[in-house]
Design a binder for this molecule. Structure first.
Ligand SMILES: O=P(O)(O)OC[C@H]1O[C@H](OP(=O)(O)OP(=O)(O)O)[C@H](O)[C@@H]1O
Length: 181
């Protein structure tokens, strides 16, 4: 039988499947894509924690529903998404590399140059569903800095593993890692 982890966050309960991501590590899989209820419940709680910000940014893909909902609650007309591939419609994209806990191979992370120009000089909140190793967060932050924005908040629904001890991030709940013995 599949093992699960019971997550309670923002008044919502989910049984997360525990799945291997490496030879020596499993994680509780938290996928907010398609989970309208958890996004609607978590977004206002994160909004309460955020300082004054001008713009929001996330990375494709799982952060997108959350950043949309937070932008809506903050009455922001726009939010920004760092993509994981360079698209032909991008104008002089800023490009970075990223590895995450779930995708332990190199991915690119890129920001359309038009978006970068709009972020310049703005107070930016980075939004994601989960912060684990922090590598995705760092890669987004590097793009924001390259664009000339100032990162004033780093927020996620969950802080996984060591990320829960970080004092520079905002989050609603901890998520344990499951190392193999
Ligand atoms: O702190 P980290 O170790 O970097 O892990 C957190 C990141 O990993 C997940 O994305 P994933 O790589 O699964 O990509 P996806 O959203 O495109 O599925 C998650 O949405 C975060 O962006």
């Amino acid at each position: 039988m599949e093992k699960t982890y019971k997550l309670e966050v923002a008044g919502v309960t989910r049984e997360l499947p525990i799945l291997p991501v490496a030879e020596d590590l499993s994680i509780a899989s938290f996928v907010i894509l398609g989970d309208a209820q958890i996004v609607a419940a978590a977004a206002p709680l994160l909004v309460e924690k955020l300082p004054e910000v001008d713009v929001l940014i996330t990375a494709e893909a799982k952060g997108i529903p959350l950043v949309y909902e937070i932008a809506r609650l903050l009455n922001l007309k726009k939010y920004y998404v760092a993509r994981k591939s360079i698209k032909p419609y991008m104008d002089q994209p800023l490009v970075n590399e990223v590895f995450s806990i779930t995708t332990q191979k190199k991915q690119v992370l890129c920001l359309d140059g038009a978006d970068a120009r709009e972020i310049k000089g703005k107070r930016v909140a980075i939004i994601d569903d989960v912060i684990s190793t922090g590598k995705s967060l760092k890669a987004i932050e590097d793009l924001v800095v390259q664009a000339g924005g100032e990162v004033v908040a780093r927020a996620a629904i969950l802080a996984e593993g060591d990320a829960a001890a970080r004092t520079d991030i905002l989050f609603l709940q901890e998520l344990p890692l499951f190392p193999h013995k």
